[in-house]
Structures are given as structure tokens and as C-alpha cells.
Design a protein. Structure first.
Length: 332
């Protein structure tokens, strides 16, 4: 049996985004969180087929557009990437919104803004169109918070390492420069992947964060290595690890949200402060703390993230069950 998928490929700040504009499976569920669970249970082969080799690669990510389950939303998004079916993806949202608007797959009720239902909750988006192209997108993300601070991990090759665990739509182990980690200068992506696997495993053994309102969101999925910025005008730099072998080429939207939540909890950012975040390749997102909030007893922030995306082409992909690698594969 051959399954066809029409995709719009592109990138947000350097990290790939694949909008699957044709071929989305019908999903059960009264919320996008329930639809995510149904997709994971019945259709995860679509994710692995489209994101893993030979049709994807270690950094591949993207998503599907769905009708929302609630009347106050314009559209629903289900995210896919090599690491799984994420509750929220910032760079993915920027790319999917840009490609969807530019190709007529998204029809906002009010030009210039959207309300989007994602598995992690409800987000709002403002965007600006210039000469028929979406010039930039700003996401008002889900409430983000510091879950735990000063967790000491025993990491092979690094020794004792102190991390914070923060949530910005996914849970991050955040590593700041310290003995054992001098910073990102001189660190290759390959070395970061090797160390990140160990840090994530140690963090998972030490603590299991669970979202107090959405218990299906749990566990440390990403590792963020932080440093001072290289270029003028930026406030921080990062390299985010996800999946089994990926270093985010963008500054990471949920990661930037988690980082701002951590800095706010530690008194290093305040409401209405901006935070320009630099990625491993030098691309940028501009974050801002829009408001304060509370999430199940945790003090939280409401972050926003601004960035831009570019399409690179249309891609019709078929998945043939007679292909020995129809479900994709990874090499680690």
C-alpha cells in the first residue's frame, strides 16, 4: 500500500520545518492533547517515515494542520519530529504558520493574528505580511516555569554537573558554564550530542517533571547548553539537543521560553524584559516576558518568541509498505 503526503519544506532560523499539508490522518479526541495521544498510538509510523532517514534526517521536524476542537481557536497544530510528537514546538509553529498562510492553508478570522490550539494548550500568534510573504511571526507561548533548580548530576566525562529543569512547552535540563563545562566555544556539534545523551539520561534518573495540569507532558526531553553571546545585540547563546542526534540550528522557541522562565525565577529577568537568543549557528529569536502567571502552584511567566521562516520547496513523498525502510530508520 502506498501512502502519499504533500509537504511544504523550509526552515525557521536554520532548523528544518516540514508542513505536511496533505495526507494528515483522521484523529480521535476532544482536544489536541487527546489527538496527540491517538496519533502516537495509531499513526506514529507517519512521523518516523517522514522524519527519519531515508525521507528525513536527525534534525527533521514539522507538523500537520487540523481543525481546532474549541471555538476560540483558528487552527490546530500537531507537531512531529525525530524525538517524538511534541506538546509544543516554537520554531515549528513559526514555520508552519508562515508556510500555511503563504500557501492558503490557514485562513485567520482577523488578519495579522491567529489563535492556535496545540497539545500543550492555547497559543496566540501575531504576524506581519510584506509583499505576499510572512516577514515575521511572534508567538505568545504557553505559561513557562522553573520546575527544579541546582540538580547535581554525576555525568561521565564531565564529573558533577549542576542543572536547572525548566518548562517552556517541553522540559529542559539547562546547563550554564561551570567546572566541567567551560562554554560553547570549541565545542563541536558531535561532542555536544555525545555529552547531551549522558546529561539527559542522568537528569531522567534524578527527576521526572510532570506538568501539573497536563500529566501526559512529562520527563526531560531536551538539553540546553548556554553561554554568553558572540554577536552584539544578543543576550545569550545556546545549543539545544533533542532526539538522539540533533542539535537545534535555531535558538529553539520552547527552549528560549524555558530559559527565560529560569532566568526570571532566578531574578535575572523581569516582566516586559526582552531576551535576544542566539543559536549554535548564530541565528536569533527575540523573546520577551509578556506577563507573569501561575501553573499548578508554580510561579510562571508568559513568554513570547519572534522569528521568521523561509520555504525551500514543495515535496510529494510516498511511503510504500513494500519498501524495506518504509517506516524509516535512525543511525546513532
Amino acid at each position: 500500500m502506498r501512502h502519499l503526503f504533500f509537504c511544504i519544506d523550509g526552515h525557521t532560523a536554520g532548523n528544518p520545518v516540514r508542513l505536511v499539508a496533505g495526507g494528515a490522518p483522521p484523529l480521535r479526541g476532544g482536544t489536541m492533547a487527546e489527538r496527540r495521544a491517538d496519533f502516537q498510538a495509531r499513526f506514529d509510523w507517519i512521523r518516523t517515515s517522514l522524519c527519519f532517514e531515508p525521507r528525513g534526517h536527525d534534525m527533521m521536524s514539522g507538523g500537520f494542520l487540523y481543525p481546532p476542537t474549541r471555538p476560540d481557536a483558528d487552527i490546530g497544530i500537531l507537531f512531529i519530529e525525530t524525538s517524538g510528537c511534541l506538546p509544543m514546538c516554537g520554531h515549528g509553529t513559526i514555520g508552519i504558520v508562515s508556510f500555511g498562510l503563504e500557501n492558503g492553508f490557514i485562513h485567520p478570522r482577523e488578519p495579522g493574528q491567529l489563535t492556535i490550539e496545540v497539545p500543550a494548550g492555547l497559543i496566540t500568534v501575531r504576524y506581519q505580511v510584506e509583499e505576499g510573504r510572512v516577514a515575521h511571526v511572534r508567538i505568545r507561548n504557553v505559561s513557562s516555569y522553573l520546575f527544579a533548580r541546582d540538580i547535581v548530576l554525576d555525568v561521565d566525562g564531565l564529573g558533577p554537573l549542576t542543572v536547572d529543569i525548566a518548562y517552556g512547552g517541553n522540559y529542559y535540563a539547562i546547563v550554564e558554564p561551570q567546572p566541567g563545562f567551560d562554554g560553547l566555544d570549541g565545542m563541536s556539534a558531535r561532542r555536544l550530542v555525545e555529552l547531551s545523551r549522558r546529561v539527559r539520561q542522568a537528569a531522567r534518573e534524578a527527576v521526572e517533571p510532570v506538568h501539573p495540569l497536563i500529566p501526559t507532558i512529562r520527563g526531560v526531553s531536551h538539553v540546553m547548553w548556554t553561554d554568553a553571546p558572540r554577536a552584539p545585540g544578543a543576550d545569550g547563546r545556546n545549543a539545544v539537543f533533542y532526539g538522539e542526534s540533533a542539535i537545534d540550528r535555531s535558538p529553539c522557541g520552547t527552549g528560549t521560553s524555558a530559559r527565560m522562565a529560569q532566568l526570571a525565577a532566578r531574578g535575572r529577568l523581569r516582566a516586559k524584559d526582552s531576551f535576544v537568543h542566539e543559536s549554535f549557528i548564530g541565528s536569533r529569536f527575540t523573546g520577551r516576558i509578556e506577563d507573569t502567571a501561575e501553573v499548578g502552584g508554580y510561579e510562571a511567566i508568559v513568554p513570547s518568541i519572534e522569528g521568521s521562516a523561509r520555504m525551500t520547496g514543495f515535496n510529494t513523498i510516498w511511503v510504500d509498505r513494500e519498501d524495506p525502510f518504509w517506516a524509516g530508520f535512525q543511525v546513532t
